[in-house]
Design a protein. Sequence first.
Length: 103
Amino acid sequence: MLARLLRIGRNFYVATGLGLLIWMLFFDTNDLISQARNAWKLRDLKAEKAYYQQKVKEIQGQRQTIIGSLRLQEKYARENYLMRKPGEDVYVLVDENNEPIEK
């Protein structure tokens, strides 16, 4: 059995094929480790993309609500950008969910 494996291993084509396979799996720029790293990175980027798409939808909804009312525009500017009139202090109270108390 061992002699048969040695005889097959001495075959030029088998040895070349094994050498090429080892090279492609471990030493090439697209080796297994790089492929796994790229797959994990792709998974993370897809999750990040979904998160930001959800945020964009939320902001677009807020924008539609705020554009229609001057009072809401002023309230939004005061809460998010801490804009104030001269001589005035602005305090923003938030609940545990980090949302303004007044809707």
